[in-house]
Design a protein around this ligand. Sequence first.
Ligand SMILES: Cc1cc2nc3c(=O)[nH]c(=O)nc-3n(C[C@H](O)[C@H](O)[C@H](O)COP(=O)(O)OP(=O)(O)OC[C@H]3O[C@@H](n4cnc5c(N)ncnc54)[C@H](O)[C@@H]3O)c2cc1C
Length: 335
Amino acid sequence: MDNQINEVTIVGGGTAGWLTAAFLVRFMNLRDEENPTKITLIESPNVPTIGVGEATVPTMAALLKSLGISEKEFFLRCNASFKMGVRFTNWSHDEKGQATSFIHPFEAIRTQLGGQNPAYHFHKYGGPPGREGIDDCMSFSGTAIKKKLGPKFLTHGDYETQLNYAYHLDAGKFAGFLRDISIERGVNHVLDDVEEVEQDERGFISALKLQRQGRRPVELVIDCTGFKGVIITQVLKVTFHDYSKYLLNNRAMAVQIPHKDVSQIEPCTNSTALGAGWVWRVPLYNRIGTGYVFSSHFRSDDEARDEFLQHLGEDGKDAEPRVIPVRIGRMERAW
Ligand SMILES: Cc1cc2nc3c(=O)[nH]c(=O)nc-3n(C[C@H](O)[C@H](O)[C@H](O)COP(=O)(O)OP(=O)(O)OC[C@H]3O[C@@H](n4cnc5c(N)ncnc54)[C@H](O)[C@@H]3O)c2cc1C
């Protein structure tokens, strides 16, 4: 039996689908360029992408570099900005009841304090004079964030840096950027809706029925249809392990607000605790994405909307938050 897979089919054209396509078209054919594995991505022209997912972690920079993507072009196309860590505000209080704040820097621990464990040093002595946070004991990222500085010099090339970083990015533009690169590199793009899925006698997916193009036999399919799980949930009925009794935040509302001053972009994500969850604030180059992840056990949508808009104040005067129900848990088998 010939086990060679000649074509991989991806269903879904959000960030997950196009990242998968960009990865496979780059790495599947390194050994045998003469007989490339065909990569096809099928995406619905009718079902929109989720449109959130704008704050990343440093592995994203490593991934883009490994895909041979120009970082400069990525910044321009995706309205990206640097993210050197996350500032957590209002998650705890000091002895006077005042909200406290700390920065989680994206840095491996650099002992600026003579080789000692910085957590131990912080616990015993506090931060260096004038730099009170635990992040100040670990790296320069916290200081750079507070001063709104970037992680690299203008003379640095793509992915060269002084400090570890990730990105804030426009998720819709990022999917489009990866789409253009993937198509240029040979990915076959099909705009159609998967309506039905055929399985063989082993239960493996053997064909997809597309609304316009009809039946399409497949060898290996990757389901990137987001919360819908068109194949993994609706057809394969893979067990979903529900974690909602442990992770209570099960709804989100998101808005986009303008910058007051684009020269003051903070190179970090902000995470601020509110009454029934927390608010993310992700500054892109051209705007800020912000939203409230909350628990319906403690707030109705209307109550959460009021609380969120009050938190945004003047910044949210024209905002109309879009509510996103979130499924909390994991698939038993992702593969
Ligand atoms: C509130 C919230 C905040 C988040 N914040 C972050 C964050 O800051 N950072 C982060 O990394 N992640 C974040 N995430 C997670 C992130 O948004 C998702 O993991 C990611 O965007 C999901 O992308 P996706 O491509 O899987 O799905 P989607 O964007 O939902 O795309 C689904 C795709 O499937 C297609 N499709 C659906 N049905 C069919 C069909 N029948 N036939 C053909 N195509 C079909 C659609 O057209 C679409 O192209 C957040 C998620 C939520 C809910």
